[in-house]
Design a protein around this ligand. Structure first.
Ligand code: 13P
Ligand code: SF4
Length: 390
């Protein structure tokens, strides 16, 4: 029987760095109603000067993104974090797995801070190390582990990245999944890929970019004995997709795509590859958050777009491009609640604590996990001349 290795949801002050799940901030946060929050954040950043480098993922709130020294998708932010060795403090406005990756890629004296430890990712929590090791045992029993290359989406915990590093695999992001899969299939004769933890990114990339068929893909369900698959199904598969998904991107539906096409003449549908395959199939364009931004920037005035990704980013794009008609691809409000945990009070608290000489909410990956996770991340960063196709 496959074990379900999920942590309890910790509530109240404290931290559980082994989980992407929520924990309350231990700090004494400024009130959200404090009218001086913007001035306080500005003053704290100025006081820290070159010592601090603030990274902001595209899904962050406006109130936070205004203080980011750089913004980007998770691939760009990983590279940017690695490219700032002189910054003593990296304040990561994003989610836990991104801060972990920044800690892995930065030097030993640099300290990474996540302003709210409750900023996790439900998708990353869908693949726990114990579950992945149990799956690997089953692949070994089926006699195929030697031909399997594990590839994990950036949206996974550091120990899953380390698992991939130890077992000849790599990390990928939504902007380089295609080149990472090309690399993986070149690693061994008759290679198969175990793709963690986002089944949608894995399937969309394999089928729409690599020319594989849906029949080449099977889904490993960690909650079912032997993943719900027979040894024969495993042996016949080219892609073994982990049964994980993003709860934000999972909301977009093919029905709304159809409806918008009838109500907005000429609308172009632009979606993130974390969306379900049925949605991506009906879209005009698919790509990472960075790709989505570049596409809208390059679009002609007067063009109409419906965008399927997190709402903070879509709203910002609509505001920045009043000459283009931009709609959200869902009828309800759809923020990433954990990305939204990083708000101005948490940012002010983190920055002012640094000014006072206290490093709060430090994200620190243990050395053994870091060593192997770095191998997997470095394989992604080294993909020769083709690491960022979008
Ligand atoms: P990218 O920024 O890599 O496109 O990923 C989107 C996402 O869901 C981050 O959590
Ligand atoms: Fe995780 Fe989805 Fe939020 Fe990204 S948008 S952090 S994948 S829950």
């Amino acid at each position: 029987m496959t074990t379900v290795d999920l942590p309890l949801l910790p509530l109240g002050p404290g931290r559980d760095l082994s989980a992407e799940r929520g924990v309350e901030c231990p700090g004494d946060l400024p009130a959200a109603s404090d009218p001086d929050l913007v001035a306080r954040a500005r003053a704290a950043k100025e006081a820290l000067g070159e010592k601090v480098f603030v990274l902001g993922h595209h899904y962050q709130r406006d109130e936070v993104i205004q203080f980011a020294d750089v913004t980007g998708d998770s691939f760009k932010l990983a590279r940017d974090a690695a490219g700032r060795p002189e910054a003593e403090y990296i304040v990561f406005c994003g989610v836990h797995f991104m801060a972990e990756s920044a800690d892995i890629l930065t030097g030993p004296t640099q300290q990474v801070v996540l302003p709210d430890l409750a900023a996790g990712c439900s998708m990353a929590d869908m693949a726990r190390l114990g579950q992945v090791e149990a799956a690997w045992d089953a692949l070994t029993e089926a006699g195929i582990a030697d031909s399997v290359v594990p590839v994990t989406y950036m949206n996974s915990s550091a120990d899953i990245k380390a698992f991939c590093g130890r077992n000849g695999g790599a990390v990928c992001t939504s902007s380089n999944a295609e080149v990472a899969l090309e690399w993986a299939f070149e690693q061994k004769p008759d290679a198969k890929v175990l793709f963690l933890p986002d089944q949608h990114l894995g399937r969309n990339t394999a089928v729409l970019k690599m020319g594989l068929t849906l029949e080449d893909c099977v889904v490993w369900d960690p909650r079912r004995p032997d993943g719900g698959l027979t040894a024969e199904e495993l042996r016949n598969a080219r892609m073994i997709l982990w049964k994980g998904h993003c709860s934000v991107h999972g909301r977009f539906s093919p029905e709304v795509v159809d409806e918008l096409r009838t109500t907005i003449p000429g609308v172009q549908i632009l979606v993130h590859p974390e969306c379900q395959h049925e949605v991506v199939l009906k879209a005009d364009l698919v790509g990472s958050t960075e790709f989505i931004i570049k596409t809208i920037e390059a679009a002609p005035a007067g063009s109409s777009w419906a965008i399927g990704t997190e709402l903070n980013l879509v709203k910002r794009l609509a505001e920045a491009h009043p000459d283009k008609h931009i709609s959200f691809l869902d009828k309800t409000v759809c923020y990433c609640s954990t990305m939204n945990r990083i708000d101005l009070p948490h940012l002010v608290w983190a920055l002012e604590s640094l000014v006072a000489g206290t490093v709060v909410n430090r994200i620190e990956v243990d050395p053994e996990t870091e060593r192997w996770a770095k191998v997997a991340l470095q394989r992604m960063l080294d993909l020769p001349g083709r690491s960022h196709k979008d």
